[in-house]
Design a protein around this ligand. Structure first.
Ligand code: SF4
Ligand code: SF4
Ligand code: FES
Length: 214
């Protein structure tokens, strides 16, 4: 059995498993930290790419991503500070600046991590300072029961990992910078990629980009 340690998050003393990443220790104790790319099925190998889970650690000069911080006895954390809030707000605004925002017609409406982050951190889903650059990429519904709308993708990579773990390993990232996108190898429609329609991707997607349709 893993050794237990005592840590303090936002003034609350909580118990956690020694060495587990702070993000999971906080979430499992009912303390919310924004996150998109972290994967419960692969906690030991955080992608740490969304830059939304920053926290302040007592004794460290700069904020640290909670998904990469193993907990140890006596750790003291603050999930909020002016610096953390500024970093999260800037990363969130950047993400939303090329997101096709249409919650009313989105399969994730009401169960979307972007909506949750906006609510928890009192952020606007619609960017305030940056122009919105929608990509208008084609929606792929070539496999029965599965829909992929790349315009809603936040590039967290969770579908790629889930497809490798439990699907047919047909997804990957392609292109760079603003054009970066999750697609099939060879950029072919899902139906031509070897996709079996298992829905692992949709189960992993924290937003409305991959979804199953009944
Ligand atoms: S992914 Fe989330 S924020 Fe984006 S349109 Fe869908 S429900 Fe709204
Ligand atoms: S489709 Fe969903 S799970 Fe995959 S990278 Fe985009 S947002 Fe993440
Ligand atoms: S959840 Fe930590 S960087 Fe994405």
């Amino acid at each position: 059995m893993a050794e237990k340690v005592t840590i303090t998050i936002d003034g609350r003393t909580v118990s956690a498993e020694a060495g587990e990443m702070l993000l999971w220790a906080a979430l499992d104790n009912g303390i919310y930290i924004p996150h998109l790319c972290a994967d419960r099925e692969d906690k030991e190998n955080p992608a740490a790419s969304c830059r939304l889970c920053f926290v302040e650690v007592q004794g460290r000069p700069v904020p640290v991503p909670a998904c990469t911080l193993p907990v140890s006895e006596g750790l003291v954390i603050n999930t909020r500070s002016e610096r953390v809030d500024g970093l999260v707000a800037a990363a969130f605004e950047l993400l939303m600046s090329n997101h096709k925002l249409d919650c009313k017609n989105c399969p994730a409406n009401g169960n979307c991590e972007l909506q949750r982050i906006a609510k928890e951190r009192k952020l606007r889903l619609k960017p305030k300072n940056l122009p919105v650059l929608e990509r208008n990429l084609p929606v792929d519904n070539s496999v029965a029961g599965l829909v992929y709308d790349p315009n809603k993708c936040v590039l967290c990579g969770r579908c790629v990992r889930a497809c490798r773990r439990g699907g047919n390993a047909v997804l990957g990232f392609t292109r760079r910078g603003y054009d970066r996108v999750v697609t099939t190898f060879g950029d072919v429609p899902l139906a031509e990629s070897g996709c079996s329609g298992c829905g692992e991707c949709a189960g992993a997607c924290p937003v409305g980009a991959f979804s199953v349709q009944k």
